[in-house]
Every structure is written in structure tokens, then in C-alpha cells.
Design a protein. Structure first.
Ligand code: FE2
Ligand code: FE2
Length: 268
């Protein structure tokens, strides 16, 4: 089990030709470590996906600034407004005067309540895509999530699917690649993370969820970017199989002790 005591920011890594991952890990006492990633699309209209953990502060900004001149940053795609995804939003906006924040109506409302500058928002209307000069990002609701404003996307040009909190895993220790995670660690780590992050999955319709998993396989992304997993190149089969085994079969699925049904039964 990891001996990591403090969150740590690692150096940026390429994910295919056009994407870069800015990886960090946060210790979760007794359970291992949680990857916390943000991502950068370089090119004619640079776009940052999420802004990392606030507790990383300068370390985060240093790695980001080593990858891009922040004066050039055009967009910040906000997956959702959780602390591990918008931690350095205000500092990035301050250093990136041109950047607009891409979010939806609920995301904007939550930004407002957190005191962020709404004049920098580019509101994604339902059904709208983000058209960049060299590619289109198609918004998609990830398979599971912990905040209803969550928006992932598909970048068809590079075959890159951003899944926000989906496919995250608590891991025994820091790793740099998806391929080096052994099957048991990945399975247990994803089961634990999805149970914590999306407890509503215990009552989700198994057949419908299985359909969503097969739609994910049909999209067949070349790589999956998750906020909480190393970049999964050619990982769609492996990841959807694990999620299917855990959430779409009765043998694996566990009941939620806080569900209304369980509490009603305990109250007699
Ligand atoms: Fe979240
Ligand atoms: Fe998250």
C-alpha cells in the first residue's frame, strides 16, 4: 500500500498526438491513492480540461505553465464543479486572460454560488457542440458521475473520449500507465471508486446500464481520459467489461445500506 502522505503533482505526459495529461495523486488513508488528472489540448485553440486540486496550487500551475503559455489558452472545459476538478480555476483564469470557461447551465449556476466570474463563461446549450478551428468536441453525459452538471466529450479527430469521474479507480500506489495496473487492483479499485462516487448505481436498471456500456464500446474511442485513472489507451473493452461485471450482474452487485428500501425494512 502507498506511503504517500501529501498530494503530489507529476510531470505532464502525452496522450496520443494532441492531448497531454497533467497527472496528480492524492492519498486516501487506508485505501491507497486516487489519481486526479486534468488534460490539455495543444494546437490552434488550446483547451484545458479541469483545473486540478486546489491544495496543489503553485505545483499545478508550474506544470501547466511548462506545457503552454497561458496567454494562449482559449478554453477551460469544466467537467463539473467538484473541488478536485475546479481547484485552481480562479488562478488559471487570472493567468489566462483570453480563456473562456465551457460549462452548462447548472455548472454556471454552481460557479456563481462559488463566486467565480460568470463573464468568462461560454454556455453550452443542450445539444450544442464546441467547435474549435481544428476539431469538434461533442458533449456526452458519462456513464456515471457524482454531479448532475457533469459533461464529458468525444474528440473524434483524435479518437479521445473524456469520461470525467467515470472509470476512476482507487489504486494501491502511484502508477504512470494504465497498462501496468494489474487486473485485481483495477477491478477492486474501480468497484470501490464507483460505489463511493455514484452510489445510485446500486439501484440503476441493469439492462439499461448494460446498453449504455455497449454504446460506449460502439463509440470505440482510441483512448479514454478519466479524471481518476491513468490514460487508458485502447482501454474501452477492459474498462467496460469490469464495469459490466460489477454493476450488471446480481452476483457482484451489493445493496446500498442507506437505500430507502433497506432503511424502511430496518424501521419495520
Ligand atoms: Fe466528482
Ligand atoms: Fe472527481
Amino acid at each position: 500500500m502507498s506511503k504517500l502522505q501529501q498530494p503530489v503533482m507529476l510531470s505532464a505526459l502525452m496522450a496520443g498526438d494532441s492531448w497531454t495529461v497533467l497527472p496528480a495523486f492524492v492519498p486516501v488513508p487506508g485505501m491507497g491513492v486516487l489519481p486526479v488528472n486534468s488534460f490539455l489540448l495543444q494546437g490552434s485553440e488550446p483547451l484545458l480540461v479541469d483545473t486540478g486540486l486546489a491544495m496543489l496550487g503553485d505545483a499545478y500551475l508550474e506544470v501547466l505553465a511548462s506545457e503552454i503559455d497561458l496567454d494562449d489558452l482559449c478554453w477551460i472545459w469544466l467537467s463539473h464543479t467538484d473541488a478536485d476538478h475546479i481547484g485552481n480555476l480562479a488562478s488559471v483564469l487570472e493567468r489566462a486572460p483570453k480563456a473562456k470557461v465551457v460549462t452548462n447551465f447548472l455548472g454556471m449556476g454552481k460557479m456563481n454560488m462559488l463566486g467565480h466570474d460568470l463573464s468568462r463563461v461560454h454556455l453550452l446549450e443542450p445539444g450544442a457542440r464546441l467547435e474549435l478551428s481544428d476539431r469538434t468536441l461533442t458533449p456526452v453525459r458519462p456513464l456515471y458521475y457524482d454531479a448532475p452538471e457533469t459533461i464529458g466529450f468525444m474528440d473524434s479527430r483524435s479518437g479521445t473520449f473524456f469520461a470525467a469521474d467515470s472509470f476512476g479507480a482507487l489504486l494501491p500506489d502511484i502508477v504512470s500507465t494504465f497498462e501496468e495496473i494489474d487486473e485485481d487492483s483495477l477491478r477492486d479499485g474501480m468497484a470501490l471508486w464507483s460505489t463511493v462516487d455514484a452510489p445510485w448505481l446500486t439501484s440503476a436498471d441493469q439492462a439499461k446500464f448494460a446498453q449504455a456500456l455497449s454504446a460506449m464500446r460502439q463509440i470505440a474511442p482510441e483512448r479514454i481520459l478519466s479524471g481518476h485513472l491513468p490514460v487508458a489507451n485502447r482501454g474501452v473493452e477492459r474498462l467496460t467489461r469490469i464495469v459490466h461485471e460489477f454493476w450488471c450482474t446480481d452476483t457482484e452487485r451489493v445493496a446500498d445500506p442507506l437505500s430507502i428500501e433497506m432503511v424502511a425494512a430496518s424501521l419495520g
